[in-house]
Design a protein around this ligand. Structure first.
Ligand code: PEP
Length: 251
């Protein structure tokens, strides 16, 4: 059985005091979780603070992006080794905001995936289509291309040490959520692609759904057979919402 994961993506939000308050409530509110793992992916400047707040707790932490380069003259970038210095467990790669706002393509994303894994980090690989692509019937083609780029570079077995997140771009931060069945259909499609290479890896792969998940819709999404938790943006900044989402994954 796949252990569910609920990971918060704080995006460019946070503050020293606010992080402390938020995490202390999240730690105590999720203390009873047994069948669900819980994590937060935070802005780089807060990794040190979050590490000291979360070490020896059940909540893991990670970053939201990583450089595809090991080191060098890449102003503003952060390497895999730097993330491991702060004991990050996860790193998000290929978030749609990185793909659309910062021009990351599937090749860049797959290089980031590889660099992360080579350093012992667990990449959370995001895939998903725009509204135009969905309406034109290209959802599967887009998701397949994004996934194939990674499999082509690292091989399918590497997915065993990663997490996937299906995040339809039209549902991110918009308040529009995919219906449980829409999400389930794409999750099955992803799992089937992976199964065409390796059935065991596919069966064990955690595929999260992301896109306007809230306390009010989490339970119905997480009830779907192939939805193994969520990648949570806005709602991860509100302690009670995030805790309720974690509890919904547990039930
Ligand atoms: C995200 O940032 O990955 C996300 C899913 O955001 P939101 O939950 O706010 O839609």
């Amino acid at each position: 059985m796949r252990l569910k994961l609920v990971a918060g993506n704080w995006k460019m939000h946070g503050g020293i005091e606010r992080n402390r308050d938020l995490l202390s409530i999240v730690i105590s509110g999720t203390a009873g979780l047994q069948k669900t793992a819980c994590a937060v992916c935070v802005p780089y400047p807060y990794l040190s603070q979050v590490q000291s707040l979360l070490k020896n707790t059940h909540v893991s932490w990670g970053a939201q992006n990583i450089s595809q380069h090991d080191m060098g003259a890449y102003t503003g970038e952060v390497s895999a080794d730097m993330l491991t210095d702060f004991c990050c467990y996860y790193v998000i790669v290929g978030h749609s905001e990185r793909r659309t706002l910062y021009g990351e393509n599937s090749r860049t994303v797959s290089l980031k995936f590889k660099v992360a894994q080579d350093a012992g980090l667990v990449p959370i690989l995001c895939v998903g289509e725009t509204l135009e692509q969905r309406e034109a019937g290209f959802t599967e083609q887009v998701v397949r291309e994004q996934l194939d780029a990674v499999i082509g570079l690292v091989g399918v077995d590497a997915l065993a040490r990663s997490v996937l997140a299906y995040e339809p771009i039209w549902a991110i931060g918009t308040g529009k959520t995919a219906t449980p069945q829409q999400a389930q259909d794409v999750h099955v499609f992803i799992r089937n692609i992976v199964a065409s290479y390796n059935v065991k890896v596919a069966a064990e792969l955690r595929i999260l759904y992301g896109g306007s998940v809230k306390a009010s819709n989490a339970a119905e999404l997480f009830a779907m057979l192939d939805i193994d938790g969520g990648l949570i943006g806005g709602a991860s900044l509100v302690a009670e919402e995030f805790i309720s989402i974690c509890l919904a994954a547990q039930n």
